[in-house]
Design a protein around this ligand. Structure first.
Ligand SMILES: [Fe+2]
Length: 105
């Protein structure tokens, strides 16, 4: 098992930070799984196989969301910034610019 998720000596990080890092790593891995299923679904012709992979991808969406919510609960500024972008209609660049304003308040 590798410990590549650390960029600082793990023994210098608090238990809380190591947990946070593990969840970020999980978020990355769930994102990768979503990516892999997207690509597989794009090329798979067998309907039953497609149904299985589609169901599995939906579960990865849930896993990704749980990891993200875990992180946002522990990072209020991150949640505050994302409230300007997530689940909003409209131009993403304009929403991002509004989120930028949040940073500088
Ligand atoms: Fe997963």
């Amino acid at each position: 098992m590798g410990f590549d998720q650390y960029h600082e000596p793990p023994e210098e990080l608090s238990g809380e930070t190591r947990t946070y890092v593990r969840v970020i790593q999980s978020l990355i891995e769930e994102g990768e799984a979503i990516n892999w299923y997207t690509q597989r679904l794009a090329v798979e012709q067998n309907e039953e196989a497609r149904a299985v992979m589609s169901q599995a991808q939906k579960e990865e969406f849930i896993h990704f969301g749980m990891n993200l919510e875990f992180l946002l609960r522990r990072t209020p500024i991150w949640r505050s910034i994302l409230k300007n972008i997530l689940f909003k209609k409209g131009d993403l660049i304009e929403l991002a610019e509004k989120a930028e304003e949040t940073i500088h308040k």
